[in-house]
Design a protein around this ligand. Structure first.
Ligand SMILES: NC(=O)c1ccc[n+]([C@@H]2O[C@H](COP(=O)([O-])OP(=O)(O)OC[C@H]3O[C@@H](n4cnc5c(N)ncnc54)[C@H](O)[C@@H]3O)[C@@H](O)[C@H]2O)c1
Ligand SMILES: O=CCCC(=O)O
Length: 499
């Protein structure tokens, strides 16, 4: 199939406009931005509207106008809408996956996996929508009756990244709609086509106009971000992306005291103890480290291996990496694609250079692959890593595995917890007491024990420390989009009439 996008079965899923208030529109200024849609070639294939403050305000106004009637729909009605949207995503999975591979670069099989993962958030929250329960509380004041109801927080601003062009969007829109909120979603400038196709499917699913609005921008992204965060109408911001941008959005949201949830950067420790099943640990580390070519926030970043099995692990791990086939996402047999942009490649190169200068030994890889395109980088394994190297202190977000040696459980937990961030952590051990001990000692929001893959719509996703706060997916996900209202009814508890 080469680097060109195979034709879509349904060409109307490919858009050059965005979806606001139930209509397909451009930016008021008429400006567009070029989408370097195919990271494998860097070829500019399409454009999208470069929206600004006034376009964003119009989208917010549409969401505000739609809110009063949408919040009154029943959970069951919203459930049916989400279920329909889920089904449409599954029916169009092949086309959505083609768009994801095209603009993100990930291999087609991974893109298909992402579509299912993404659609499953709609399915999950379709099931949660009718079950948003309040509580009945025994009052401490005689004659009072106290209960709570959960209400939608209101208009939500959702900002998502390019590494999961579909799933990061559905993981936010699913619970927002289930709760009865309306949304303005800023699609990633790098991957807006997948978002637009999902919007088209929202239209077909009969989501009422103004409930779901998409704003597109590349250069104007900070302007769109500040319009959403400064708006008095927007009551909630949910963001997935880097810690730096998360901090900025939090500052910007302070004046209007919005409800926030942030899924930010990680720097996941991946620990292999001497008592681990070595084969399982190697397989888990490969899956966690090289998923999406290392471009997920839960990818293993620091791989700590206990001294007794360090050499054996390093050898087996590097051996497996030799089997990877790097290439264009549509090419037969390709297991790993390119990075998203040149900035990402520069960071990967810098981490490798720094590690080598400080004594790290490259077992495999270490270089760019210009013969494939400017954003390809060899899957890389470096041993003899140390704690002061850049890779130890900052997420690489690329296909570089750094192997660190450790001696004791206490040492490795200290090293693992030394990071400012705490999103995911992993460890492999066959000792049940150690499993509990270490899981409880690690300062992260999510832990994989004897597995390198933890993402699941049923499981709460989120971090601690500078990885942010709030949980997505699971029964907790909807909590981020509701507020609890307490109602006290006084003057109750009289004797029965006639008593
Ligand atoms: N947690 C995650 O899932 C995730 C995903 C992608 C990137 N990242 C992090 O981002 C780093 C590199 O990726 P990046 O440089 O594209 O991240 P980034 O935070 O700069 O961009 C992520 C998204 O945030 C939005 N954004 C950027 N600046 C903004 C602003 N001022 N206002 C509003 N929105 C803004 C854009 O839509 C972009 O797609 C990685 O090292 C990683 O830490 C994390
Ligand atoms: O990169 C961020 C999200 C990754 C995931 O949901 O597994």
């Amino acid at each position: 199939m080469g680097h060109n996008i195979p034709p879509l079965n349904d060409k109307s899923l490919l858009k050059s406009q965005t979806y606001v208030n139930g209509e397909w529109i451009g930016a008021k200024s008429g400006k567009t931005f070029e989408v370097h849609v195919d990271p494998a070639t860097g070829k500019v294939i399409g454009t999208m509207p470069e929206m600004d403050k006034s376009d964003t305000e119009a989208a917010i106004a549409a969401a505000e106008a739609a809110l009063p009637s949408f919040r009154k729909t029943t959970g069951r009605e919203r459930s049916r809408m989400l279920r329909k949207w889920y089904q449409l995503m599954m029916d169009n999975a092949e086309d959505l996956a083609k768009l994801i591979t095209w603009e993100n670069g990930k291999p087609f099989a991974d893109a298909k996996g992402e579509v299912t993962y993404a659609a499953n958030f709609f399915e999950w929250f379709a099931e949660e929508a009718p079950r948003v329960y309040g509580t009945t509380i025994p009052a401490s004041i005689a004659g009072n009756r106290v209960f709570t109801i959960k209400e939608p927080v209101g208009v939500c601003g959702l900002i998502t990244p390019w590494n999961f062009p579909a799933a990061m969007i559905t993981r936010k829109i699913g619970p927002a709609l289930a709760a009865g909120c309306t949304v303005v979603a800023k699609s990633p400038g790098e991957t807006p086509f997948t978002a637009a196709a999902i919007a088209e499917l929202a239209h077909r699913a009969g989501i009422p106009k103004g409930v779901v609005n998409f704003v597109t921008a590349l250069e104007n992204t900070p302007e769109v971000g500040s319009t959403l965060t400064n708006s008095k109408v927007v009551r909630k911001i949910s963001f997935t992306g880097s810690t730096g941008v998360g901090k900025l959005l939090m500052k910007q949201s302070a004046d209007t005291l919005k409800k926030l949830s942030f899924e930010l950067g990680g720097n996941a420790p991946f620990i292999v103890f001497d008592d681990a099943d070595l084969e399982l640990a190697v397989t888990g580390a490969i899956a966690s480290k090289f998923r999406s070519s290392g471009q997920t926030c839960v990818c293993a970043n620091r791989i700590y291996v206990q001294a007794g099995i360090y050499d054996a692990f390093a050898e087996k791990f590097a051996e497996k990496v030799k089997d990877f086939k790097v290439g264009g996402g549509y090419d037969e047999g390709v297991t790993h694609g390119p990075l998203i942009h040149d900035r990402a490649v520069s960071k990967v190169e810098a981490h490798v250079k720094d590690a080598v200068e400080q004594g790290g030994k490259v077992l495999i890889g270490g270089h760019k692959m210009p013969e494939l395109g400017s954003t390809f980088f060899q899957p890389t394994v470096i041993r003899d890593m140390t704690a002061d190297m850049q890779l130890a202190n900052e997420e690489t977000f690329g296909p570089v595995a750094g192997l660190f040696k450790f001696n004791t459980e206490a040492d490795v937990v200290k090293l693992a917890n030394a990071a400012d961030v705490g999103l995911a952590g992993y460890f492999f051990s066959r000792d049940i007491q150690r499993v509990y001990r270490v899981a409880e000692a690690l300062d992260v929001g999510m832990i994989g024990v004897n597995t390198g893959l933890i993402s699941d719509p049923a499981a709460p996703f989120g971090g601690v420390k500078e990885s942010g706060f709030g949980r997505e997916g699971s029964h907790l996900g909807i909590e981020e989009y509701v507020v609890t209202k307490m109602i006290t009814v006084g003057g109750m508890g009289q004797p029965l009439q006639g008593e």
